[in-house]
Write a protein that binds this ligand. Structure first.
Ligand SMILES: Cc1ncc(COP(=O)(O)O)c(C=O)c1O
Length: 367
């Protein structure tokens, strides 16, 4: 009798709903959550103060243009504020880009282990997802270009990518842009850009500024510690900003989100502290995981993907169960095509040490 009830558009039932990183473990009072790439430093105190101040005017609609936030971003990065569009997390912006540029019969390309939200956004709009293989767990520009057809309308890449933590140099991104037709929108998702310290990396601002067909998305959920508030932004060519502004909700960011985001972007010192923390602990975690015998994918972000060598009792699922029993929550990444790997966010010193000690216990046979 399914024909008698409303049917979603074609493609929707092919979507596997996004499963977020877990935040609790059964029977464990205190958890150490290293599953969603959140910052252990929390947000800037100025962002918290701005959030509290916004509570005094909750009866008012927010500024539908999010001008305070767009102007703060424009000042900070030297951008044209009229080309910044803010969203309720960068997830919303990725969905709006798909809605604006994709429909039935269109194709959109993303990479083999790319962020899962792209597939959801593509299918939601009735378009066809096309997956380009990666090389050494990195975006492979040639593989993407080989998959372009006359139907291709959008290419999504995360640079750096989640869950691999790998990146490609800006020269490769430029080569990708140059190899795509002018009517194909290239979306550069730079959610982890602030963490990268490589002199051949750029998030793509210049490319956006000098083309009509490249967009960069960013988030306040990671280094700025505002994941709960849902704040993201996109830097766009004027023609793309125009499309997003036509189709977004008129008040898509709440007033507390706008105020806290603007305060966060102005607190450069806080962001630098978070970066320094990561610069200290990422190499430590990588070293410890390597010493424990894991294959660790080189990461430029605030998380690491590590691979279990055997499929017997000491596999990723068993490790995840054991860690959960100790209150330590990492991210299973089977849905990303890594059934025998885990992803660990760089946490506080205590979080990191606990996670490594628990993994050592697990390997010794505690499970
Ligand atoms: C690559 C990538 N893009 C985008 C996002 C979405 O971030 P948000 O919607 O919180 O801004 C994430 C979050 O995990 C991510 O890893």
């Amino acid at each position: 009798m399914t024909a008698n009830r409303p049917q979603p558009r074609k493609g929707v039932l092919q979507i596997d709903a996004y499963v977020p990183g877990k935040s609790s473990a059964p029977g464990v009072a205190k958890v150490f959550k290293l599953s969603s790439n959140e910052t252990p430093l929390g947000p800037s105190p100025n962002a918290i103060a701005a959030f509290k101040a916004a509570a005094a005017e909750l009866e008012r609609y927010p500024d539908g243009q999010a001008s305070l936030l767009r102007n703060a971003l424009a000042r900070r990065y030297g951008l044209d504020a009229s080309r910044i569009v803010c969203g309720s997390g960068s997830d919303e912006l990725l969905g709006l880009l798909a809605r604006g540029y994709l429909g039935p019969g269109d194709e959109a390309i993303y990479t083999e282990h790319g962020f899962l939200v792209y597939r959801i956004a593509i299918l939601t709009n009735g378009a066809t997802p096309v997956v380009a293989p990666e090389r050494d767990l990195k975006t492979d520009v040639d593989a993407i270009l080989e998959r372009v057809t006359p139907r291709t309308r959008v290419v999504f890449i995360a640079n750096p990518n989640n869950p691999t933590g790998t990146y490609i140099p800006i020269e490769d991104v430029r080569r990708l842009r140059a190899g795509l037709r002018d009517d194909i929108l290239l979306v550069l998702d730079a959610a982890y850009a602030e963490y990268v310290s490589r002199n051949d990396y750029e998030a793509g601002l210049e490319l956006v500024a000098t083309t009509t067909n490249t967009v960069m998305t960013r988030t306040f959920s990671k280094i700025h510690g505002l994941a709960a508030l849902r704040v993201g932004w996109a830097y766009c060519p004027a023609n793309v900003a125009d499309v997003l502004n036509r189709i977004r909700g008129p008040f898509n960011l709440s007033a507390p989100a706008i105020a806290s985001g603007a305060a966060a972007i102005d607190d450069i010192e806080h962001m630098e502290r978070a970066k320094r923390h990561n610069d200290e602990w990422l190499p430590w975690v990588v070293r410890e995981l390597t010493n424990l015998g894991f294959d660790v994918t080189p990461s430029v972000t605030n998380f690491v993907l590590f691979h279990f060598k055997e499929n017997g009792s000491k596999n990723a699922t068993a490790a995840d169960e054991y860690l959960k029993s100790q209150g330590i929550i990492l991210r299973k990444v089977g849905a990303y095509g890594f059934p025998n790997a885990l992803r660990m966010t760089i946490g506080s010193e205590d979080d990191n040490k606990r996670a490594i000690a628990a993994l050592a216990q697990f390997l010794k046979g505690a499970a």
